[in-house]
Design a protein around this ligand. Structure first.
Ligand code: GAL
Ligand code: ZN
Length: 686
């Protein structure tokens, strides 16, 4: 998987560039584009993502002269191309000739053309046209020397509830369950008189009078992801017919619910991710790190690519704050520290027309004489200097467990509370880890192809779904000496959204040494939590949202609820199991008192994981033998270098000193490292 990216970076170094939409501009502008790209250090651009109507203005009528010229211009300038199959936005003629190619929403509304993404993934007309235009593009340019990578579609995510999708859904269900009896059992259709007697009766979860069947909804989520994966695979197959070697990918969207990227990753030669952290969020830096850790997890710990980001503001939020060039630099170098080997943008040149006319770009509508563009140029030069980082592994010993099945199932209707948002829980736990200076991978518990035993500590903040296989893997992990921290409302349901029977978490309670008999939403303001182990703390914490009516079945109780409906029940515990240890955290403990921080610190300490995070808002990450220090704050900071070294890999601890990759300054382990506001320093061991 990661070798796809190495093919490019071995030759080009750190990738730098973005979406390039020359069809929106007069050819006279193209020359200026290419000249400015060169000056900015751009080495890769994504061409043609939304160019279908410009390439095939009428069905079967093609116009490639403009793209020929653009690719030749880029080739002459030494700029590589990530060439798109332009299937994300069909031309109006497709919807006009084939209205059934348009997508239908759950309430029956048919979405029109006039925007983008307007296709039903099951539509034969769409699929034939999409394969048709891809065939034309790929056949024509497969041997063009500028093309180095293929970009199938764009941000796959469109689902549809039409009758054809219903048929496909039935096919998918037949393959999964074989018989109607098995389906009826998996969906528990006996509830509310939903038993199916004929496959033809089965529908997508369309708008209905009251709550829909959660098992049906969960399967429709899986199906939607698989259906889009089929589309992607069709595009990939077109490429492979003409080009056996160059990497094919599409852009993922971090924590986007529409597709399950863990199910896609084997088909992606490069893990490519789009990210638009909100500059208005006080947690932007920590949350951006989490998205990066997800991408790296998808890439099996290897390098990955940031396919899209904004040079300054986006235009799709309600109030779109700009980013300073310094802030952009911190985001780009932060991703680099996290294993990213390329910084691409949406887009190269800011549009002057269309819905994205106010979306920032590497080259603003105001031109090259702007702070944004100057920042882009400086960054391009820096990335060239940092080429040595390419391919280096990120030093991490901890993983956060997170899978799409659990996320989907834990956000369905009619739960004990709608206030326990699994993604918010994941982010909250990660923000603590980020503050403690701990780098994590985000990996799924529900896949057997992820090696868990390489990690010293696993944290499962929101593992609502737990099936037998995942439970067995976690059991073996702890028994074998691993440390596991288990969060609230975990292991509650199976992969069909049915609750496990017995004291909870039924499949893991023997590992945790704690069990629960009831899920209990907590009063507004939460319940107070007191430490029974005063070695951990004497400040009461706060448990909010949802707790569990628990008892210890052998675990050492560390904290209990002091008041409220769960007074006296276990809130935090730990339990020796086999050669390892399990920690139980029974509620959202992020409230006043900082109980979550206390537990996570203790768990990290127990697992022997060193902490970084010596200065608040300053992130330090080891990539290979290189330390990247990122000051996310608006004020100067000073790092204690020996302390930072202590958290580094052995090779660094043994090194005599570190050299600033950009200025050449030498630091000895006895030195401190000053960081200007929003500054990043990259220090290499030598
Ligand atoms: C992405 C998309 C791009 C552009 C960008 C703007 O979702 O792939 O084409 O629209 O958002 O932020
Ligand atoms: Zn459809």
């Amino acid at each position: 998987m990661t070798s796809g990216l190495a093919r490019l970076t071995d030759e080009l170094g750190i990738l730098y560039g973005g979406d390039y939409n020359p069809e929106q501009w007069d050819p006279s502008v193209w020359r200026e584009d290419v000249a400015l790209m060169r000056e900015a250090g751009v080495n890769l651009v994504t061409v043609g993502v939304f160019s279908w109507s410009h390439l095939e203005p009428r069905p079967g009528e093609y116009r490639f002269d403009w793209m020929d010229q653009v690719l030749d211009l880029l080739l002459d300038a030494g700029i590589a191309v990530d060439l798109a199959t332009p299937v994300a936005s069909p031309p109006p003629w497709l919807g006009h000739l084939h209205p059934e190619s348009l997508p239908t929403m759950a309430d029956g509304t048919v979405l029109s053309y006039g925007s983008r993404n307007q296709f039903c993934p099951s539509s034969d007309a769409y699929r034939a046209a999409a394969v048709g235009i891809a065939e034309q593009v790929v056949a024509r340019y497969a041997s063009h020397p500028a093309v180095r990578m293929w970009h199938a579609g764009n941000e796959y995510g469109q689902v549809c509830f039409c009758d054809r999708c219903a048929e496909r859904f039935r096919d998918w269900l037949r393959a999964r369950y074989g018989t109607l009896d098995a389906l009826n059992a998996a969906w528990a259709t006996v509830v509310w008189s939903q038993e199916y007697g004929d496959w033809a009766e089965i529908l997508p979860p369309r708008v209905a009078p009251y709550h829909r069947n959660p098992s049906q909804e969960l399967d429709f989520r899986r199906f939607g992801s698989d259906l889009l994966l089929d589309l992607y695979r069709e595009q990939r197959a077109v490429v492979r017919r003409h080009d056996p070697a160059r990497p094919v990918t599409t852009n993922l969207m971090g924590f986007f619910g529409g597709i399950d990227p863990h199910h896609w990753r084997a088909d992606l030669d490069v893990i490519a991710d789009d990210a638009y952290p909100d500059p208005a969020s006080p947690d932007a830096a920590a949350d951006a790190a989490l998205v990066n850790h997800l991408a790296r997890g998808l890439a099996d710990g290897g390098p990955w690519l940031r396919m899209e980001q904004a040079a300054s503001a986006v235009s799709w939020r309600e109030h779109n704050l700009t980013k300073s060039p310094a802030r952009l630099r911190t985001e780009v170098l932060q991703a680099l520290a996290h294993g990213c080997d390329g910084a691409l943008f949406f887009q190269w040149r800011q549009a002057r027309s269309g819905p994205e006319r106010f979306h920032s770009a590497m080259l603003p509508v105001a031109g090259a004489d702007t702070a944004v563009h100057e920042g882009v140029r400086r960054l391009g030069a820096e990335l060239r200097a940092l080429r040595g980082l390419v391919g280096a592994p990120v030093h991490r010993r901890v993983a956060l467990l997170w899978d799409w099945t659990s996320w989907w199932a834990a956000t369905q209707v009619a739960l004990p509370t709608a206030r326990l948002d699994p993604l918010a829980t994941l982010q909250a736990w990660h923000r603590e880890l980020w503050r403690l200076g701990v780098v994590v991978d985000v990996v799924p518990a529900d896949r057997d192809n992820v090696a868990l035993d390489g990690y010293d500590l696993l944290l499962a903040p929101a593992q609502y779904v737990l099936d037998d296989d995942a439970a067995a893997r976690l059991d073996a992990y702890v028994a074998g000496g691993g440390h596991l921290v288990w969060g609230p409302f975990g292991g509650v349901a199976d992969g069909s959204s049915h609750l496990h029977v017995g004291r909870s978490p039924a499949l893991l309670r023997h590992v945790l040494g704690v069990s629960a008999e009831e899920w209990v939403p907590l009063p507004d303001g939460g319940s107070s939590v007191v430490w029974t182990d005063t070695g951990l703390g004497d400040r009461p914490g706060t448990a909010t949202v949802l707790g569990e009516r628990t008892r210890s079945d052998g675990a050492a109780v560390l904290a209990t609820y002091d008041d409220g409906p769960l007074a006296g029940c276990v809130t935090v515990a730990h339990h020796a199991y086999g050669a390892g240890r399990a920690w139980y955290v029974g509620a959202d403990l992020t409230g006043p008192g900082g109980a979550l921080t206390t537990v996570l610190r203790a768990a990290l300490d127990g697992a022997g994981v060193p902490l970084g995070g010596q200065v608040p808002g300053v992130e330090t990450v080891w990539r290979g033998a290189t330390l990247v220090a990122v000051n996310h704050t608006g004020h100067p900071a000073t790092l204690d270098l020996p302390a930072a070294l202590a958290a580094g890999p052995d090779v660094v601890r043994a090194a005599a000193g570190l050299t600033d990759a950009l200025t050449g300054s030498r630091y000895r382990p006895a030195d401190t490292l000053p960081l200007a506001p929003h500054d990043v320093v990259v220090l290499g061991a030598g």
